[in-house]
Design a protein around this ligand. Structure first.
Ligand SMILES: NC(=O)c1ccc[n+]([C@@H]2O[C@H](COP(=O)([O-])OP(=O)(O)OC[C@H]3O[C@@H](n4cnc5c(N)ncnc54)[C@H](O)[C@@H]3O)[C@@H](O)[C@H]2O)c1
Ligand SMILES: [Fe+2]
Length: 372
């Protein structure tokens, strides 16, 4: 297995630990840079002082689950500001937009010129990523996901030039994350690790990150949800999310994310919630097709993992203990759309082709029905 070729890229510099984000302004100054441009969600735009940045620092807000229009508005503001450093400050939404702006700000290219794999040009600005959710792991990787409003598809863009120079994992920044978002984004991180671990293209080098991430989440997600101020649990979740981000690079996700995507694109559920609702169903559906690895996952999460049926119930209960309502119907997904959703999910071959079990459209429909 280890002889399987693989390439792994890491950000140049990783700072982890409480209080690290407070040194950002000084770090930028030391690097001889003077024109930071912050890309943040509405919550984080209000706390640039956390980064030691002066009032009046150029900053542009992004909406959750950003689309191409949102990117274009931020890009225009960034081009006007002529920055020398771009700072993504928020969850996956802010960090994904920051990656795209960083490679577009100094040229006349549009998103359409760089979307897809390996088309983005080298960037001139420095890129700093500061996650404030512990979920997507976007800070660790080269990929950005934008919604195309016309088709409701998520478009993935990837380039080594979109990888951060500096990543800061500071648990002080996630203390404010509400427990519901802590739970759903935490399960998103778990899904990244679990799906990569059980993928047909799983690789032993990535398995190590995946399994460590799963164990960290098994020990710390309940704690972070129960007490948002638990810095130790918050730091562990940020690290697990970062490991999940590493998994997304060379291996990536499988059926869980493919089946979750229509919940976001067709019914506007946030990425974390959509993945959390589908997580138990993928884990159970794949059980018989990657038994050894599923047993290791179960051990890390404290589940008995004896058969598909019991595993589904146990994993649902595990998620419900985090305060989630695990019924699709409770989140505004119309029952008469399940067939359309199954067709749409089944077409996401870039992920489904690597699921340990071949899932037909009907299998996916059964997963939605079980989740409903
Ligand atoms: N690049 C990748 O590899 C990758 C991987 C997975 C998901 N994604 C993308 O990431 C996006 C989702 O990111 P997300 O799940 O991190 O959510 P998000 O960035 O959309 O943030 C969710 C909400 O939490 C709020 N928030 C963020 N940090 C907070 C804090 N510390 N305290 C209080 N509120 C806070 C935000 O304002 C927002 O309302 C989606 O667009 C998804 O497609 C990207
Ligand atoms: Fe995800």
């Amino acid at each position: 297995m280890l002889e399987q070729p693989i390439e792994l890229l890491h950000p140049k510099r990783l700072l982890s630990g409480a209080g690290q984000a407070a040194g950002i302004a000084a770090m930028i100054k030391k690097a001889g840079l003077g024109r930071p441009f912050v890309i943040a969600d509405s919550f984080n735009t209000k706390r640039l002082d956390y980064l030691g940045l002066k009032q009046g620092t150029a900053c542009h807000p992004v909406a959750p689950e950003p689309d191409i229009d949102g990117l274009n508005a931020t890009l225009k503001a960034a081009r006007d500001a002529r920055p020398d450093v771009i700072i993504g400050f928020g969850g996956g939404s802010a960090m994904d937009v920051a990656k795209l702006v960083a490679v577009l700000v100094d040229n006349v290219l549009d998103f359409e010129d760089i979307s897809g794999p390996a088309r983005a040009p080298a960037r001139k600005v420095m890129l700093l990523q500061i996650p404030t959710t512990a979920g997507t792991g976007s800070e660790a990787g080269t990929r950005a996901l934008l919604t195309e409003a016309r088709t409701l598809r998520k478009i993935a863009t990837e380039s080594p030039h979109m990888l951060a120079d500096i990543v800061v994992l500071d648990p002080e920044l996630t203390v404010s994350l509400p427990s519901a978002v802590t739970a759903t984004t935490g399960i998103d991180a778990l899904a990244h690790c679990v799906e990569a671990f059980t993928s047909r293209r799983a690789h032993p080098m990535i398995d190590a990150f995946a399994l460590h991430g799963i164990r960290l989440i098994g020990r710390n997600l309940v704690r972070a949800v129960a007490d948002g101020g638990d810095r130790d649990a918050r730091a562990a979740m940020l690290l697990a999310s970062y490991y999940g981000g590493i998994c997304l690079g060379p291996v990536n996700t499988t059926a869980g994310h493919a089946v979750a995507y229509p919940l976001g694109t067709r019914h506007h559920l946030p990425h974390g919630l959509a993945n959390a609702l589908i997580f138990p169903h993928t884990l159970a559906a794949n059980f018989a097709f990657c038994r050894d690895k599923t047993v290791q996952i179960c051990q890390a999460l404290g589940l008995s993992g004896q058969d598909e049926h019991r595993l589904r119930a146990e994993a649902m209960a595990w998620c419900e203990k985090l305060g989630m309502n695990m019924r699709l119907g409770a989140h505004g997904v119309p029952e008469d759309d399940l067939e359309h959703m199954a067709a749409e999910a089944h077409a996401i071959r870039r992920l489904l082709d690597f699921n340990p079990r071949d899932l037909s459209r009907n299998d996916i429909l059964s997963m939605y029905r079980a989740a409903y």
